[in-house]
Design a protein around this ligand. Structure first.
Ligand SMILES: Cc1cc2nc3c(=O)[nH]c(=O)nc-3n(C[C@H](O)[C@H](O)[C@H](O)COP(=O)(O)OP(=O)(O)OC[C@H]3O[C@@H](n4cnc5c(N)ncnc54)[C@H](O)[C@@H]3O)c2cc1C
Length: 268
């Protein structure tokens, strides 16, 4: 997927659970226009208290973690689209200049294949890459020759170690890609896949790092693309903002109750 830095490739992430959110965080921060199509609640909302997600020594309310992560992804520039993906189709060469209902237009051709992601309500989103993070729904990928794996009643997308499927530009992340059923594993996998989308896009990129001033330039190096050097005043300011923001998230100890499994009958 070659790309012009002035016109970076568009990414559509299907699924707003921890895997999709983490993938979107990395693509958005790298400057790729990113939309997260999200239907329904992430499965982590069923958790009663999350005690094995690193960084929270006393555990964390899972719904609060989802809210914080979603806010972070939004702040990174990703847009959220409420809706259900029902189909993903490659855009054929003949429709290269066609404008679609969302006004994106097609951009396929020598540089790679573009896709149309169709939603249940008829909206269509254009994408140069699609990250499927939609546990447990892979039905909208049926028309692509991806290699779906059936295990019992569950269906997974067959991907390589970086989340690439058999179709260029289509990736899968988290539980849908067969990761362990653990939040941090799904989130980490989402990050790997988001990072791979950036890598495959040819957008100039080294790593998504924030380093102290002089870390690169003090050695006569340019600050590599994707990295940032910040001075002491700035890292102090960010630390203060971080503390203040976290205080706000955690100031109200009242928590939403977890979502029960749909087959548990509350009336009995
Ligand atoms: C009761 C319970 C407790 C748990 N407790 C823990 C725990 O303590 N520790 C731990 O590590 N893990 C726990 N887990 C597991 C953890 O929640 C999951 O492994 C992890 O959240 C999976 O993340 P994901 O992003 O892959 O999938 P999901 O969170 O399921 O995200 C997928 C999202 O995609 C959406 N979607 C699906 N189809 C479509 C479509 N066609 N279009 C648009 N959107 C779509 C779904 O609605 C969902 O929001 C628990 C799970 C459960 C059920």
């Amino acid at each position: 997927m070659a790309s012009d830095p002035a016109d970076p490739p568009r990414t559509v992430v299907v699924g707003g659970g921890v895997a999709g959110l983490s993938a979107a965080l990395f693509t958005a921060r790298a400057g790729l226009p990113t939309r997260v199509v999200s239907a329904g609640e992430p499965i982590l909302a069923r958790n009663a208290h999350l005690e094995n997600y690193p960084g929270f020594p006393a555990g964390i309310n899972a719904r609060l973690l989802l809210e914080m992560t979603r806010d972070q992804v939004e702040a990174a520039g990703a847009a959220f689209v409420d809706g259900t993906a029902v189909d993903v189709t490659p855009v054929d060469d003949d429709s290269e200049d066609e404008m679609r209902p969302d006004g994106d237009g097609g951009s396929n051709g020598d540089d790679g294949t573009a896709f149309t992601v169709s939603l249940e309500d008829g909206r269509e989103l254009s994408a140069d890459s699609v990250v499927a993070a939609s546990w447990s729904d892979a039905a909208y990928l049926d028309d692509l020759d991806l290699g779906l794996i059936d295990r019992g009643s569950k269906r997974y997308v067959d991907v390589d170690e970086f989340g690439r499927s058999a179709v260029d530009g289509i990736y899968a992340a988290g539980r849908l890609a067969g990761t362990y059923h653990q939040a941090i594993v799904a989130a980490g996998h989402g990050a790997t896949v988001g990072r791979t989308v950036v890598e495959d896009s040819d957008v100039p990129f080294y790593n998504d790092w924030v380093a102290p001033e002089g870390y690169f330039t003090g050695r006569g190096r340019e600050v590599p693309p994707g990295c940032e050097e910040i001075d002491e005043a700035e890292w102090q300011r960010r630390a203060e903002r971080s503390a203040e923001t976290m205080r706000e998230y955690f100031e109200d100890p009242a928590v939403e109750p977890p979502t029960m499994h749909p087959s548990v009958d509350h009336d009995e």
